[in-house]
Design a protein around this ligand. Sequence first.
Ligand code: ASP
Length: 354
Amino acid sequence: MKKRILMLFVFALTLQMQAQTNTGNTEKLPRVTILATGGTIAGAGESETKAAYTAGTVPVDILLNAVPQIHELAKISGEQIAQIGSQDMSVEVWLKLAKRINRIFEEDSADAVVITHGTDTMEETGTFLDLTVMFDKPVVLVGAMRPSTAMSQDGNKNLLDAVMVAADPASQGKGVLVAMNGLVFDARDVTKTVTTSTSTFQSRNFGPIGLIYDGKVNFYYQSTRNPSQKFDVSKATSLPQVEIIYGYADASPVPVDALIKTKVKGIVYAGMGNGNFNAPVGKALERASKEGIVVCRSNRTGAGRTTLYNEVDDAALGFVVADDLNPQKARILLMLSLMETSNRTSIQNNFFKY
Ligand code: ASP
């Protein structure tokens, strides 16, 4: 009897010690806030094997409970910011996200932020936040190519990886990151390259900056082009209108002239090759530039730089170039730049700095 009581006592003591150790460990875990915006990672379909599904239907608490392992890596809190397919992403949601993340870090209510997001416009949100989040703490975007109900869904593993990257102190000071398919990318450089493949995210110019394997991230490269100059959007409720025009053989000036009439503030031209245009489109872009619209040449090739004065006399036409930013990323930098200035030299410098 005595022996039994003693054993019970030892058992109770062990449990208590274990509980204390666990509490101690939990307290030491980094605090990661997950901001959910929708996308396929929160998508649900009718069948495990059919492709059809609706993005952004699974709410954040269910998403987080589906991956219990994340709670071993960090003290997790979740917030629903939006519940949309990222094809519906907007300046309004971007501003909401940037303001919320800046507030979280200002108030020191988390050490890192993970954003669950659709893959279609993840690169644009990443670029926007890279330029508007004022803190060096990790911000990691994650999504999925297959909905949460699919047989071999990729969202759970991607979410686990993203929390692991966010919780790793080595992720600080690297700008906004994207964790997808076992790879870590700089949000500035990453782009979606394939419509349906799980290996769709690539940085065509520079490659991934880190590899995730066996619960760890190893970083290999770091961009020197992350922004030293950030854009303060704390008071912004909208951004100057900038639209993108696509270049192709025998294109007409109709879309450019329509934008001149609309009085947009900027046009990003996704040109052929090194940002080239045919004569009628060139004349229309020149008209736009003379009307005070800032014209930024990017290109449709998907990689490489758009360079000044190649086949185009940018100085004479008053154009700026996007350097290595693709058109959709160039649009974001142009909108943010136009919030502060319409001086073309300053705007061009922003493109060479970022
Ligand atoms: N259309 C979806 C979205 O961007 C696709 C995805 O998440 O993979 O929200």
